[in-house]
Design a protein around this ligand. Structure first.
Ligand code: MN
Length: 196
């Protein structure tokens, strides 16, 4: 049995970049639906009492468990996405992330451009990520529900590029949503905590 974690802030905490209306649907309907669907799919199976991470690892790559994988990964990705954002965040990194991002990309501006580009160029639904891959910082993108934790990578931050993440506030303007999140919402404290 998997439970829906509380949002780490009030539903209006990310406004005006992401409205309370979007969070009402995105957290209250979409994220909750992934939790509910997952619990229906694992009820009475050997995954019923497994952790979310164990469910993802056991279902990854198994066509017979695609529904379980998709819902479990979406639960995990969304919980990680909420933590990746905060009101008054974004802009240049602080702490260890600042030096490591400059070392990897040359400048924060170049990093921000590449992170945005990963989200813009993800065809259809998916996620843009900053990950540690064997100790190396990388920008990545995944399709649909796919998640770096199924590929041996350690996520540091993510941006949801499913239309439901931005359509109410930005309609089809995914690049504007991404630019605003990067400039105003990234939770660098969370990124730094994940790097340790
Ligand atoms: Mn979403």
């Amino acid at each position: 049995m998997i439970t829906l974690p509380d949002l780490p802030y009030a539903k209006d905490a990310l406004a005006p970049v992401i409205s309370a209306n979007t969070l009402e649907f995105h957290y209250g309907k979409h994220h909750r639906a992934y939790v509910d669907n997952l619990n229906k799919l694992i009820a009475g199976t050997d995954l019923a009492d497994a952790s979310l991470e164990a469910i993802i690892q056991k279902a990854a790559g198994d066509p017979a468990k695609a529904g379980i994988f998709n819902n479990a990964a979406q639960v995990w990705n969304h919980t990680f996405y909420w933590k990746s954002l905060k009101g008054g965040g974004g802009g240049k990194p602080t702490g260890a992330a600042a030096a490591r991002i400059t070392a990897a990309w040359g400048s924060y501006e170049k990093f921000a451009e590449e992170l945005k580009n990963a989200g813009v160029t993800q065809f259809g639904s998916g996620w843009a990520w900053l990950v540690l891959d064997g100790g190396t910082l990388k920008i990545a993108k995944t399709a649909n529900a796919d998640t770096p934790i199924a590929h041996g990578q350690k996520p540091l931050l993510t941006l949801d590029v499913w239309e439901h993440a931005y359509y109410l506030d930005y309609q089809n303007r995914r690049p504007d949503y991404l630019a605003a999140c990067i400039d105003k919402l990234i939770n660098w404290d969370f990124v730094n905590a994940n790097m340790v």
